[in-house]
Design a protein around this ligand. Structure first.
Ligand SMILES: *[C@@H]1O[C@H](CO)[C@@H](O)[C@H](O)[C@H]1NC(C)=O
Ligand SMILES: *[C@@H]1O[C@H](CO)[C@@H](O)[C@H](O)[C@H]1NC(C)=O
Ligand SMILES: *[C@@H]1O[C@H](CO)[C@@H](O)[C@H](O)[C@H]1NC(C)=O
Length: 444
């Protein structure tokens, strides 16, 4: 294997001593020197990625939505004039600002890396493998976790240099154990129908700058752990993994776009332990209980720096709760379509700031589940201090959002505050949620 040296690290001996001291949730028996160093570097990067004025980011986002819709309207008018109403029907129209940046161009495949400039919201600085070469996954197998075969997805994600990872053909990848993604990677499934399914989870741990686009992720199971390589210069023992779809752990600048996710053993996406600068956009979520978790612990103050944007997603059939469930940080939940939930949509504990704007909430028929929001572990006189705002949300079928906090002191009530596009636009903005089915040489 090119460039990969196995290191018979001190690890094998330490294994015996440390096996009992499993670190909660990190899937590592104990932070050895390698992981300790990575954890410290990652926290420093998360702190640097934290935005001191989050409303500047939400404003910037909302402004981009207005502009994209205005442009889309203009180009629709032009097309109508040019080709007539009938022909126009099948034409590619991208309405939200992330999609308008790259979609509907015939030669998208020649300009794949354009995507890296299209992020919006808190994860907008994620460029993934933009600075690197392309790497083509040709082999769906996952048999060697320490010296993965060239051609497999695992070989690509553990490289130390930036890589833009694409797929030669349609495939189902059943991961034998956690897929440890290294920094500066894009997984770009456009042009192929790629499923990560029936095996272990994707883990983004103590790294920076990852884009995941266009994957189908489903039926992920807990896994026993074992010796797993996470980078060219290191492999080590990992304990049991939970069976999340994607676990974001102590990582920053992460953008997940146009994925479809369902039916995993734990969360669909968990972002925890000082992760920040995250955008989850254009995804289609179905058939799952605990959908999105931002912050797993009421006692981990490191999560105060967590900032995430959840936008243009469709929360669909068979979902129960946590879309998302938040702790500590700042969360912009904007222009999503919530067509299904069974318990509640948005919840949290430990005074998170939740700005819900321009979503559509369709409550379920159950009379006790009409409330969008849910607060945990706090009495009303405590949670009434938490800033949870609903602005321009479209409430249907009896849905209601219980607001809290004092809006009048908020900085975004300054003059240049930009209102989100209201919830009545959500169907247009989320119409293409999930993987897109792109074909070479055709607009997608
Ligand atoms: C839309 O078209 C009008 C008239 O041609 C133009 O003034 C306006 O700037 C256009 N808007 C956008 C966002 O392109
Ligand atoms: C990722 O890329 C950036 C920019 O090129 C670089 O500064 C950083 O060291 C890379 N990260 C890692 C872990 O290689
Ligand atoms: C916060 O992060 C630091 C640095 O990684 C770590 O030492 C500390 O244990 C973390 N705090 C908690 C509560 O996990």
């Amino acid at each position: 294997m090119e460039g990969v040296r196995t290191k018979p690290s001190f690890f094998l001996c330490s294994l015996i001593f440390l096996a009992s001291a499993a670190l909660s949730g990190a899937d590592i028996p104990e932070l050895d020197d390698h992981w300790q160093k990575k954890a410290e570097e990652a926290l420093a990067r998360s702190r640097a990625a934290y935005h001191p004025d989050p409303e500047a980011v939400t404003n910037h986002f909302n402004k981009a939505v207005h502009l994209a819709l205005a442009e889309a309207r203009n180009s629709t008018r032009r097309s109508l004039r040019a080709v007539g109403v009938k022909k126009f029907k099948g034409k590619c129209v991208a309405t939200n600002p992330i999609d308008r940046c790259w979609r509907c161009q015939k030669n998208w495949i020649k300009h794949r890396k354009k995507l890296a400039t299209c992020g919006k919201g808190f994860g907008r600085h994620a460029t993934g493998g933009k600075a690197g070469d392309f790497y083509v996954v040709t082999d769906p197998s996952d048999d060697d976790l320490v010296n993965p075969k060239f051609g497999t997805l695992r070989w690509g994600v553990i490289q130390d240099r930036p890589l833009w990872i694409v797929f030669a053909r349609d495939m189902i990848i059943r991961l034998s154990e956690e897929l440890m993604i290294n920094s500066n990677k894009t997984i770009d499934a456009r042009g192929a129908n790629v499923h990560i399914a029936y095996g272990a989870q994707i883990t983004i741990q103590f790294v920076n700058n990852v884009i995941i686009h266009g994957l189908h992720i489903h039926d992920i199971k807990p896994s026993n752990g074992g010796m797993i390589r996470d980078s060219l210069h290191h492999f080590g023992l990992r304990t049991k993994s939970d069976g999340d779809g994607i676990s974001i752990y102590g990582s920053s600048d992460v953008w997940i776009d146009h994925c479809s996710m369902r039916n995993c053993a734990d969360g669909l996406i968990d972002a925890i332990e000082g992760s920040t600068a995250i955008t989850i956009s254009n995804c289609h979520f179905t058939h799952h209980n605990d959908v999105l978790l931002f912050g797993a612990s009421d006692s981990n103050e490191n999560d105060s720096i967590m900032q995430a944007t959840v936008a243009f997603n469709h929360f669909g059939k068979g979902l129960v709760q946590r879309m998302p469930r938040c702790r500590w940080g700042f969360f912009h939940v904007v222009n999503n379509d919530y067509t299904h939930w069974m318990m509640y949509a948005i919840g949290g504990s430990k005074h998170p700031t939740i700005i819900s704007q321009g979503n559509r909430f369709i409550a379920p028929p159950l009379r006790f589940a009409k409330e969008v929001t849910k607060r945990d572990y706090a009495t009303e006189d405590v949670w009434k201090q938490w800033t949870w705002r609903s602005e321009g949300d479209l409430m249907q079928n009896g849905a209601f959002f219980r607001e809290s906090g004092t809006p009048n002191t908020r900085t975004f009530h300054r003059k240049d505050f930009i209102r989100a596009k209201p919830g009545t636009w959500v169907r247009r903005l989320t119409r293409f949620a999930g993987p897109l089915g792109c074909k070479a040489g055709r607009a997608c």
